[in-house]
Design a protein around this ligand. Structure first.
Ligand code: PPE
Length: 309
């Protein structure tokens, strides 16, 4: 983390507060019961000014995540978007990782959250390369996790809720303990799901496969959606289908997508080389276009960027 982060302002229920003043009570509901909902959004420096990637979609997902848990966020998508834009300006940032979070605050203890206030914060950080400096060019070494993703109708995967990230932490901690950068989770039916904080794409015989947004227990990522649109516009064949574990080992290329991870190649899984052990051509093509868009080097034909003037 850049020390500059801790000098900046945080948007807290509609006000800008200093980094160290953005505090909560220890008896807050979210701390005890995982009742929080969050987003990860990136802002990139472009020739036209700072540009936030798919801001509306992220704020809509935040509201939807809360709704699944019968929680109403007391701000509209437009208000949350404006707050984010103001925050980038107040902190005088060109690029940033943006973390909106809604949570049940302090009122009373007990599973019932309904009396606890819904608090909303937006923080900004200087987050560099999520999976390491060399990851984007060289790829990462990952393992298949021994931990499964929760099956459908347990912890809803469409909700980006704090509690879901306990499962993600098991996956990540196990992977790191064993010397890997990341873990890939398997769903309760034995099919490939996603990384602890990334979606996954598998390329084999010039077809790109990814687990279905609504048929597997994954977070349907906004970067995932962007990669699908880029690939489709390149004329690539892309299929949303259940993926057996062993397809990973015989793939030509595999990559992760995510706001933090962006488009990161995977070079080995369970110490087995994927393809030739380097970033493959399909991955590179999608990655290159993704970076051209976010860096403002090509026209934003999808309308993905909110430019801050
Ligand atoms: N799956 C999971 C479980 C996930 O957490 C993320 C984002 C994705 C897929 C990709 O979604 P999207 O960002 O919309 O493309 N993970 C966020 C948090 C990572 C963290 O360590 O914190 C992120 O990438 O910001």
């Amino acid at each position: 983390m850049d020390p500059r982060d801790e000098k900046g302002k945080i948007w807290y229920n509609g006000k800008f507060v200093n980094w160290w003043d953005a505090k909560i009570h220890v008896m807050s509901h979210a701390l005890h019961y995982g009742s929080s909902f969050f987003e990860g959004i990136r802002c990139y420096g472009t020739p036209k000014g700072p540009a936030i990637f798919r801001l509306r979609e992220h704020m809509q997902r935040l509201i939807d995540s809360a709704k699944i848990y019968r929680t109403e966020i007391p701000y509209t998508v437009d208000e949350l978007m404006q707050a984010t834009i103001d925050l980038i300006k107040v902190n005088d940032l060109q690029s940033a990782y943006i973390r909106p979070l809604a949570f049940r605050g302090y009122h009373s203890l007990g599973v019932d959250p309904t009396q606890c206030p819904v608090e909303v914060i937006i923080g900004v950080l200087n987050w560099g390369k999520y999976l390491g400096e060399e990851a984007l060019a060289k790829g990462v070494d990952v393992r298949v996790s021994s931990w499964n993703r929760a099956r459908a109708n347990t912890y809803p995967s469409l909700a980006k809720a704090g509690g879901n990230y306990l499962n993600s932490q098991l996956i990540k901690l196990e992977a790191m303990a064993d010397g890997y950068t990341e873990g890939i989770s398997i769903d309760a039916n034995g099919f490939v799901a996603e990384g602890s904080g990334e979606n996954i794409f598998i390329v084999r015989d010039n077809v790109i496969h990814t687990p279905p947004a609504y048929g597997s227990p994954i977070l349907p990522g906004i970067t995932r959606n962007s990669a699908i649109r880029i690939a489709t516009d390149f004329g690539m064949t892309i299929k949303e289908s259940m993926i057996p574990r062993e397809l990973l080992y015989v793939a030509d290329e595999i990559f992760f997508t995510g706001t933090a991870a962006e488009v990161t190649p995977i070079r080995s899984i369970d110490r087995m080389k994927i393809g030739n052990g380097q970033r493959g051509p399909v991955t590179e093509q999608i990655q290159k276009r993704f970076f051209e868009i976010i860096n403002g080097e090509v026209e934003d034909r999808y309308g993905w960027l909110t430019i801050i003037s």
